[in-house]
Design a protein. Structure first.
Length: 276
């Protein structure tokens, strides 16, 4: 007769906790719904950060300060966010030198900074499809299509592959619309947008559709033919188009905006470069 008492299934003292947990879960759910609704209405994430606390080492910071122009133009608040994101990126990705190349701190910092610059307007900035960054000294032989490449994104190997010589050139000359780093990271971002359903990927797909629609308009086609603004490689396929578009967006935003205001505007929304 004591048995029922011992195995008493009902524990009234637990009830408030149980309600609490259900309520908390429901609030999270509501918040997620609101967050997604906001991103789809305003074409940008509701917020991009929870906490910002990670800092680069002093020597990494010096490289960033002296060699990465984008960083020097950021506000104090955005600099902190940028640094935090870089620390996270470096800790998650494995940098590997190929054909005897030794990865230097400069390589790590500049490649990471390029990745974080392209994804800076996003909430999800870490490129989940990339685990490895492979760096060759110069052009390398690619088994993907038996040819020499300056860079590639290989989703099967989860690897972003770069020729350091070409990466450096792309980034030192910052107004010739060639930027290998931006180009390859854009490939990874676009592929992510096709396999993921988070709010940044949804925003990407939406603006990508807007961009494609623009390209079917006769006046845009005429303008493309007349100005030859984008290099012809952009028209290889839709992936190359987006990668080249991103290079132009960062390297000659003024001309881009003047010649193709709508395309520019959609690219801006896609990357969310609407900082205060
Ligand atoms: Zn490409």
């Amino acid at each position: 007769m004591y048995l029922t008492l011992i195995s008493e299934p009902y524990a009234p003292w637990l009830a408030p906790y149980a309600y609490g947990i259900v309520l908390l879960g429901f609030s999270f759910f509501l918040f997620r719904v609101f967050e997604n609704w906001y991103a789809s209405i305003y074409d940008r994430p509701l917020y991009r950060h929870y906490f910002v606390y990670k800092k680069l080492t002093a020597s990494q910071e010096v490289i960033l300060q002296n060699q990465f122009v984008f960083y020097s133009k950021l506000s104090k608040k955005h600099k902190k966010q940028f640094e935090h994101r870089m620390v996270k990126f470096i800790s998650e990705k494995k940098f590997i030198g190929r054909t005897d190349l030794v990865i230097t701190e400069q390589m790590e910092v500049l490649i990471t900074a390029t990745a974080c610059m392209l994804s800076f307007g996003r909430k999800n900035y870490l490129y989940p499809l990339i685990d490895f960054i492979l760096v060759y000294p110069s052009e390398f032989y690619s088994t993907v299509n038996q040819n020499f490449h300056k860079g590639e994104f290989n989703p099967k190997e989860r690897a972003l592959v770069l020729s350091w010589k070409d990466f450096e050139e792309g980034f030192q000359i910052n107004n010739d619309n060639f930027n290998l780093g931006i180009h390859e990271f854009m490939h990874a971002m676009q592929l992510e947008s096709m396999s993921s359903r988070d709010l940044d990927s949804i925003r990407f797909s939406k603006q990508f559709q807007n961009i494609l629609k623009q390209l079917t308009k006769q006046e845009v086609k005429d303008q493309l033919d007349k100005t030859k603004f984008f290099r012809s490689y952009a028209f290889t396929n839709q992936y190359e188009f987006m990668a080249v578009l991103a290079e132009y967006f960062f390297e000659s935003p003024k001309d881009f905006e003047a010649i193709f205001p709508k395309l520019y505007n959609y690219t801006k929304k896609l990357l969310n470069f609407n900082f205060e």
